[in-house]
Design a protein around this ligand. Structure first.
Ligand code: UGA
Length: 458
């Protein structure tokens, strides 16, 4: 059993802290936000994540986890301090390291015994060398302190599961002492551990995320071509997936990748490369494809409808993916402002993301348009002129084609997640546009040669 402190209670920090407690360590989670700390003490998770609250409550009751704003008492006698604070993107694409620096300084001024500082946040290669020097420069007590890299590979929505059943744990250390300590902390998880040097560990994180982002952008690129040549990207992906070298995951074409990681980490690695005088062409391509993909359906729909002014627009799904209330870099955030600007009357459904979205776009008049948040998908669809699907929530998947036909004024769907069979939509008499598949036009609607991508200049 190790005494562990965790700095930052976002997705990375809180989930790590709770899982360390779950495998038997003594954990204190530190956050600067007093309200958040009180919330967590009362057993409520500040983020929506399956299974998290149950583990928080169980381990808090067992005295294995606590939450505090008092970093000094949490850090002073910890065996290891994990840093899981944010590294948001700056306008030039580089990572903002100011939160890491603040925590590093607090650690230097608080620790009273030998301590391993473990950086879980995604940081540019070489940052951990600097963090170690920074802490040493500000150390108050004469103790041994080292910094290790331990990138996080959990995905939002399945964070607890991903942590407890990770496919690998990557640790980057510069001494046997640090390696042994970190191995000891992870031993109870019983998972494969890849132990490398610090810079390689930092690079593994970016290389992994950017590879996945590239895989998605590649499929989106292929999807756009599929539409033009009369192929179906889902069939193409299926055919590719049996090749073990390609694999079956992350081949889903759609409305582009969002979230707090891929968009940020692709730009960050491109920036790091540039700083070293190198142009990372593949990653740049992934970014470019993603940028266009986000508003592809909006552009298609604008061509078809001429204007959204005064139209009832149903939006199904606001979050960047299902299973989370996170809106960061979600397709909804790119498309809804465009629709509002056009005077659309939007009815939005999302099982957990409505409140976060309403903070940015409150219910009622928003510029030329109007926002209404609904609890039931049927209320969004009822009398709607057009429907956009941005997130593949189970609730949305469960709506059958006939419901669109029955409830909407004009059954016209732009599906960014390829949730429905093209044939079934056709059979139900729904006009259906998706990604990388052939569009279904209703009788009487001109197909405009169905080469819409060409006409919007892609
Ligand atoms: C991602 C990685 O999957 C994690 O391994 C990593 O730890 C995490 O970033 C991070 O760096 O913290 P996450 O952003 O939570 O996790 O979500 P993903 O499930 O990877 O999805 C990211 C985006 O890609 C979503 O917008 C999703 O809709 C999109 N996506 C994913 C596709 O468009 N197609 C796919 O086939 C898969």
């Amino acid at each position: 059993m190790y005494k562990i402190a965790v700095a930052g209670t976002g997705y990375v920090g809180l989930v790590a802290g709770v899982c360390f407690a779950e495998v038997g360590h003594q954990v204190t989670c530190v956050d600067i936000d007093e309200n958040k700390v009180n919330l967590m003490k009362s057993g409520v998770s500040p983020i929506y994540e399956a299974g998290l609250e149950e583990l928080m409550q169980k381990n808090f009751a067992a005295g294995k986890i606590d939450y505090t704003t008092d970093f000094q008492s949490a850090y002073k006698d910890a065996d290891a301090i994990f840093i899981g604070v944010g590294t948001p993107e700056q306008p030039d694409g580089s990572a903002n390291l100011s939160y890491i620096a603040t925590v590093a300084r607090q650690i230097a001024e608080s620790i009273e015994k030998d301590c391993l500082v473990v950086v879980k946040s995604t940081v540019p290669v070489g940052t951990n060398d600097k963090v170690e020097q920074f802490i040493k420069d500000f150390l108050v007590h004469d103790v041994r302190v080292e910094v290790a890299s331990n990138p996080e590979f959990l995905a939002q929505g399945s964070a607890v599961h991903d942590t407890l059943h990770a496919e690998r744990i990557v640790i980057g250390t510069e001494s046997k002492w640090a390696e042994d300590l970190l191995m000891g902390i992870y031993e109870p998880f019983g998972l494969p551990i890849v132990s490398v040097n610090r810079r390689s560990a930092e690079m593994i994180k970016y290389a992994s995320n950017d590879f996945l982002a590239l895989k998605i952008s590649y499929m989106n690129d292929i999807a756009n071509l599929c539409e033009l040549v009369g192929a179906d990207v889902q069939d193409v992906a299926k055919g590719m997936s049996f090749d073990g070298r390609i694999g079956s995951k992350f081949l889903n074409a759609g409305i582009g990748f969002g979230g707090s990681c891929f968009p940020k980490d692709t730009k960050a690695l491109e920036y790091i490369a540039k700083q070293h005088g190198y142009e990372l062409r593949t990653v740049k391509a992934a970014i470019d494809v993603n940028k266009d993909q986000k508003t592809l359906l909006y552009k298609k729909a604008s061509k078809r409808l001429i204007t959204f002014n005064g139209l009832k627009v149903a939006v199904l799904g606001l979050t960047f993916k299902p299973g989370t209330d996170d809106l960061r870099e979600a397709a909804s955030l790119e498309n809804i402002p465009l629709l509002l600007e056009q005077g659309a009357d939007i009815y939005a459904f999302d099982p957990v993301g409505k409140d976060n979205f309403a903070r940015l776009y409150p219910e009622g008049q928003n510029g030329r348009g109007n926002m209404t948040y609904v609890e039931r998908i049927e209320d969004a669809l009822d009398g709607a002129n057009v429907c956009f699907i941005f997130t593949e929530w189970g609730e949305v998947k469960a709506v059958d084609p006939e419901t669109y036909k029955k409830l909407m004024r004009t059954p016209l769907i732009y599906d960014g997640r390829n949730l429905y069979s093209v044939q079934k939509m056709k059979d139900a008499g729904v006009e259906y546009h998706s990604i990388g598949r052939q569009s279904v036009f209703r009788e009487g609607v001109k197909e405009s040669k169905h080469r819409e991508l060409q006409t919007i200049g892609l």
